[in-house]
Design a protein around this ligand. Structure first.
Ligand SMILES: [Zn+2]
Length: 347
């Protein structure tokens, strides 16, 4: 956890144990210098966030997200960086965004409860330390799951996968699960894609829970554990091959009949780059929306790919407008790679 002080204050104010999303992920922000010599941050990506039931709208599904940077005064290399009060309620009522008096009042009330009178000043080194300490700890796997391979075709989770062209053999092989119940309301009713450690294909180290229909949480994928930094979805199936297609999520990997590698998000970590550099030829086929959705993440990804090129032949696939790799499927992907790079993809 990056900001335990804030976490504890939230726990006290909201009288519940907050959930943690994007654990360990640092925010992205720009700074401008203020007259008093301190710096003001403009947050572009929340990073790690704490989730609780929103008391402003009576939400009971932990849709209030508070960035770990909320009201933070970060001391970094002798500089003081002041962060804004970044929070969002994902309920339709949008408790925080806008200029209506009610929303302003909500923002003020949260600030009063969490920060006023007691600024949150944290030394950057302490944030780093908290991050390192946390990296070995585990968030438990969802509490009650059933293999989707055992469900009827009419079950919403199974029919969802079948409709995306993921057949029963793949569902069984990838051991995709349905979360029947979990103490965290955000996990219940989601499809769970287990992920396995790089060293041991039987050691489930976490996974990704995807909603079947938009559940109003604003969180399409919920990652259990810090997988993105440690593994690639589908790695065991491909590890002895020379060729890999890199996609974003598990769903894309399965739509390619398991012949893809998922990075779990749209940013590649160092560990993942290391794993990828074992492959002689790599085709990157990320969601074309990414550039529009998140310019800074896209830029970072470009730099990482250049880094990777020193080890492998890297190609960036251009997908047809409006398609992501999951929609395209295995056959079309095969054709596209052949057409764009002259590579015959042998599986
Ligand atoms: Zn709310």
């Amino acid at each position: 956890m990056l900001n335990e002080k804030l976490y504890k204050r939230i726990e006290k104010v909201f009288e519940q144990k907050p959930g943690i999303i994007n654990e360990g992920m640092e925010a992205e922000y720009k700074t401008t210098r203020l007259r008093d010599g301190s710096f003001k941050a403009k947050v572009e990506v929340f990073g790690e966030a704490y989730t609780v039931n929103c008391r402003f709208c009576g939400d009971t599904r932990e849709r209030l997200n508070i960035s770990y940077t909320y009201g933070l005064e970060l001391v970094k290399d002798g500089k003081v960086i002041k962060f804004p009060h970044s929070w969002i309620c994902y309920n339709e009522t949008q408790c925080a965004n806008g200029n209506e008096p009610r929303k302003k009042k909500n923002r003020h009330e949260l600030y009063e409860a969490l920060i006023a009178g007691e600024p949150l000043r944290v030394d950057d080194r302490h944030l780093q330390k908290a991050k390192k300490e946390k990296s070995d700890s585990q968030r438990p796997l969802p509490y009650n799951m059933v293999p989707i391979a055992n469900l009827l075709d009419s079950h919403e989770a199974r029919s969802y996968l079948l409709n995306r062209g993921i057949n029963s053999g793949i569902i069984r092989e990838a051991n995709v699960q349905y979360i029947k119940w979990d103490p965290s309301p955000i996990l219940k009713g989601r499809i769970f894609f287990p992920a396995y450690s790089v060293e041991d294909p039987k050691d489930c180290i976490g996974g990704q829970a995807r909603y079947i229909e938009d559940d109003g949480s604003g969180i399409k994928y919920y990652t259990v554990n810090k997988l993105p930094s440690r593994s690639l979805y589908g790695y065991h199936r491909l590890k002895d091959k020379n060729f890999a297609v890199v996609v974003e999520g598990p769903l894309d990997v399965l739509a390619l009949k398991g012949y893809g590698l998922g990075i779990y998000s749209c940013a590649i970590t160092r560990n993942q780059l290391k794993l990828l550099s074992k492959f002689k030829t790599i085709v990157i086929a990320l969601d074309p929306d990414l550039k529009e959705k998140n310019e800074s993440m896209f830029g970072r990804l470009q730099r990482q790919i250049i880094e990777l090129k020193s080890a492998s032949n890297v190609y960036q696939l251009t997908l047809p407008d409006g398609y992501d790799p999951g929609d395209l499927g295995f056959r079309e992907m095969f054709k596209l790679i052949k057409k764009q790079f002259g590579i015959i993809w042998k599986v």
